[in-house]
Design a protein around this ligand. Structure first.
Ligand code: SF4
Ligand code: SF4
Length: 184
Protein backbone atom coordinates (compact mmCIF):
# COMPACT_ATOMS: atom_id res chain seq x y z
CA UNK A 1 0.00 0.00 0.00
CA UNK A 2 1.32 3.49 -0.88
CA UNK A 3 2.34 5.57 2.12
CA UNK A 4 0.38 8.80 2.63
CA UNK A 5 2.98 11.57 2.11
CA UNK A 6 1.18 13.86 4.59
CA UNK A 7 2.21 13.03 8.13
CA UNK A 8 -0.09 13.19 11.15
CA UNK A 9 1.92 12.87 14.32
CA UNK A 10 0.30 11.40 17.43
CA UNK A 11 1.26 9.56 20.59
CA UNK A 12 0.06 6.29 22.11
CA UNK A 13 0.44 5.88 25.87
CA UNK A 14 0.41 2.59 27.74
CA UNK A 15 -0.23 4.09 31.16
CA UNK A 16 -0.16 0.74 32.94
CA UNK A 17 3.59 0.62 32.34
CA UNK A 18 4.15 4.02 33.97
CA UNK A 19 6.05 3.85 37.26
CA UNK A 20 5.86 7.60 37.98
CA UNK A 21 9.65 7.97 37.80
CA UNK A 22 9.16 11.41 36.13
CA UNK A 23 12.14 10.89 33.80
CA UNK A 24 9.95 12.22 30.97
CA UNK A 25 9.34 15.45 32.86
CA UNK A 26 13.04 15.95 33.58
CA UNK A 27 13.95 15.13 29.97
CA UNK A 28 11.38 17.61 28.67
CA UNK A 29 12.62 20.38 30.96
CA UNK A 30 16.23 19.82 29.96
CA UNK A 31 15.49 19.50 26.23
CA UNK A 32 13.21 22.54 26.03
CA UNK A 33 14.71 24.76 28.70
CA UNK A 34 11.42 24.86 30.64
CA UNK A 35 11.69 27.27 33.61
CA UNK A 36 11.47 26.23 37.25
CA UNK A 37 7.95 25.73 38.58
CA UNK A 38 6.23 25.13 35.23
CA UNK A 39 6.00 22.00 33.09
CA UNK A 40 5.20 20.97 29.53
CA UNK A 41 4.18 17.47 30.61
CA UNK A 42 2.88 15.87 33.78
CA UNK A 43 1.86 12.61 35.41
CA UNK A 44 -1.74 12.50 36.66
CA UNK A 45 -1.57 10.19 39.67
CA UNK A 46 -4.55 8.52 41.33
CA UNK A 47 -4.35 6.56 44.56
CA UNK A 48 -7.12 4.45 46.05
CA UNK A 49 -8.08 1.37 48.01
CA UNK A 50 -7.37 0.60 51.65
CA UNK A 51 -4.38 -1.11 53.23
CA UNK A 52 -3.28 -3.72 52.31
CA UNK A 53 -5.11 -3.47 48.98
CA UNK A 54 -3.79 -0.15 47.77
CA UNK A 55 -4.08 0.99 44.16
CA UNK A 56 -2.17 3.59 42.19
CA UNK A 57 -2.45 4.63 38.56
CA UNK A 58 -0.34 7.08 36.61
CA UNK A 59 -1.45 8.78 33.41
CA UNK A 60 1.15 10.87 31.60
CA UNK A 61 -0.32 13.93 29.90
CA UNK A 62 0.78 16.91 27.84
CA UNK A 63 -0.66 18.87 24.91
CA UNK A 64 -2.88 16.52 22.90
CA UNK A 65 -2.03 18.20 19.57
CA UNK A 66 -5.73 18.22 18.81
CA UNK A 67 -7.14 17.82 15.31
CA UNK A 68 -9.50 20.72 15.91
CA UNK A 69 -7.58 22.77 18.50
CA UNK A 70 -9.66 25.31 20.41
CA UNK A 71 -6.43 27.12 21.39
CA UNK A 72 -5.75 27.91 17.73
CA UNK A 73 -9.34 29.00 17.09
CA UNK A 74 -9.32 31.64 19.82
CA UNK A 75 -5.84 33.09 19.27
CA UNK A 76 -6.35 36.65 18.01
CA UNK A 77 -2.94 36.99 16.38
CA UNK A 78 -2.37 33.62 14.72
CA UNK A 79 0.51 32.94 17.12
CA UNK A 80 -1.06 29.58 17.95
CA UNK A 81 -1.08 27.48 14.83
CA UNK A 82 -1.13 23.92 13.59
CA UNK A 83 1.53 22.52 11.31
CA UNK A 84 0.57 20.37 8.32
CA UNK A 85 1.78 17.34 10.29
CA UNK A 86 -0.70 18.11 13.09
CA UNK A 87 1.74 19.52 15.65
CA UNK A 88 0.24 22.56 17.43
CA UNK A 89 2.73 25.30 18.27
CA UNK A 90 3.07 28.89 19.45
CA UNK A 91 4.98 31.34 17.26
CA UNK A 92 6.65 33.33 20.02
CA UNK A 93 7.14 36.53 18.03
CA UNK A 94 3.39 36.83 17.44
CA UNK A 95 2.17 35.98 20.96
CA UNK A 96 0.88 38.99 22.91
CA UNK A 97 0.37 37.01 26.13
CA UNK A 98 -3.41 37.49 26.26
CA UNK A 99 -3.79 33.89 27.55
CA UNK A 100 -7.04 33.26 25.63
CA UNK A 101 -5.56 29.95 24.47
CA UNK A 102 -4.86 28.86 28.04
CA UNK A 103 -8.52 29.37 28.89
CA UNK A 104 -9.70 27.65 25.70
CA UNK A 105 -7.62 24.50 26.18
CA UNK A 106 -9.77 21.81 27.85
CA UNK A 107 -6.65 19.90 28.91
CA UNK A 108 -4.85 22.62 30.86
CA UNK A 109 -1.88 21.96 28.59
CA UNK A 110 -0.57 25.54 28.38
CA UNK A 111 1.19 27.88 30.78
CA UNK A 112 2.60 31.37 30.72
CA UNK A 113 6.37 31.38 30.53
CA UNK A 114 7.54 34.23 32.76
CA UNK A 115 11.02 34.13 31.22
CA UNK A 116 9.95 34.47 27.59
CA UNK A 117 6.71 36.35 28.41
CA UNK A 118 4.71 34.20 26.00
CA UNK A 119 2.47 31.16 26.32
CA UNK A 120 4.32 27.85 26.25
CA UNK A 121 3.46 24.16 25.92
CA UNK A 122 4.58 20.80 24.56
CA UNK A 123 5.68 20.91 20.92
CA UNK A 124 6.11 17.13 20.54
CA UNK A 125 9.78 18.26 20.42
CA UNK A 126 9.19 19.34 16.80
CA UNK A 127 12.82 20.48 16.53
CA UNK A 128 13.88 16.88 17.19
CA UNK A 129 11.11 15.35 15.06
CA UNK A 130 12.20 17.54 12.12
CA UNK A 131 15.68 15.98 12.48
CA UNK A 132 14.19 12.49 12.39
CA UNK A 133 14.51 12.01 16.17
CA UNK A 134 11.91 11.11 18.79
CA UNK A 135 10.52 13.58 21.36
CA UNK A 136 12.75 13.66 24.45
CA UNK A 137 10.04 12.16 26.70
CA UNK A 138 9.62 9.20 24.36
CA UNK A 139 13.33 8.52 24.09
CA UNK A 140 13.88 8.80 27.85
CA UNK A 141 11.00 6.74 29.27
CA UNK A 142 12.56 3.62 30.83
CA UNK A 143 9.23 1.75 30.77
CA UNK A 144 8.51 2.48 27.10
CA UNK A 145 5.12 3.95 28.00
CA UNK A 146 5.11 6.26 25.00
CA UNK A 147 5.00 5.43 21.29
CA UNK A 148 5.30 8.39 18.96
CA UNK A 149 4.68 8.22 15.24
CA UNK A 150 2.77 9.00 12.10
CA UNK A 151 -0.89 7.98 12.06
CA UNK A 152 -0.81 7.99 8.27
CA UNK A 153 2.06 5.49 8.11
CA UNK A 154 0.42 2.07 8.15
CA UNK A 155 3.82 0.51 8.81
CA UNK A 156 4.48 2.48 12.02
CA UNK A 157 4.52 0.96 15.51
CA UNK A 158 1.94 3.56 16.52
CA UNK A 159 -0.40 2.46 13.75
CA UNK A 160 0.04 -1.21 14.71
CA UNK A 161 -0.86 -0.48 18.34
CA UNK A 162 -4.01 1.39 17.39
CA UNK A 163 -5.02 -1.42 15.03
CA UNK A 164 -4.48 -4.19 17.57
CA UNK A 165 -5.41 -2.66 20.96
CA UNK A 166 -8.40 -0.88 22.44
CA UNK A 167 -7.82 2.71 23.49
CA UNK A 168 -9.50 5.90 24.66
CA UNK A 169 -8.90 9.61 24.27
CA UNK A 170 -9.55 12.12 27.04
CA UNK A 171 -12.58 14.41 26.85
CA UNK A 172 -13.81 13.35 23.38
CA UNK A 173 -16.95 15.41 24.03
CA UNK A 174 -14.96 18.63 23.56
CA UNK A 175 -14.81 18.01 19.81
CA UNK A 176 -11.12 18.93 19.89
CA UNK A 177 -10.02 15.60 18.47
CA UNK A 178 -7.19 14.94 20.93
CA UNK A 179 -4.26 12.93 19.55
CA UNK A 180 -2.94 11.28 22.71
CA UNK A 181 -4.27 7.72 22.64
CA UNK A 182 -4.39 5.85 25.95
CA UNK A 183 -4.33 2.06 25.66
CA UNK A 184 -6.94 0.25 27.76
S1 SF4 B 1 -4.41 20.09 24.17
FE1 SF4 B 1 -4.92 22.25 24.47
S2 SF4 B 1 -3.05 23.35 23.84
FE2 SF4 B 1 -2.91 21.28 22.99
S3 SF4 B 1 -3.78 21.43 20.90
FE3 SF4 B 1 -5.43 20.75 22.28
S4 SF4 B 1 -6.45 22.67 22.85
FE4 SF4 B 1 -4.44 23.24 22.05
S1 SF4 C 1 -1.57 34.19 24.64
FE1 SF4 C 1 -0.44 34.27 22.69
S2 SF4 C 1 -0.80 32.29 21.72
FE2 SF4 C 1 -2.33 32.53 23.36
S3 SF4 C 1 -4.14 33.41 22.35
FE3 SF4 C 1 -2.94 35.10 23.15
S4 SF4 C 1 -1.62 35.69 21.45
FE4 SF4 C 1 -2.40 33.66 20.95
Amino acid sequence: MAKNPVKRYAMVLDSRKCIDCKACIVACKAENDVPLGVFRNRINAEHGGAYPRLRASFDPEQCHHCDNPSCVRVCPTGASFQREDGIVQVREADCIGCKYCMIACPFDARFFNEETKVVDKCTFCSHRVDRGELPACVETCPSKVRTFGDLNDSGSALHALLESRRYRVLKPQTGNGPQLYYLL
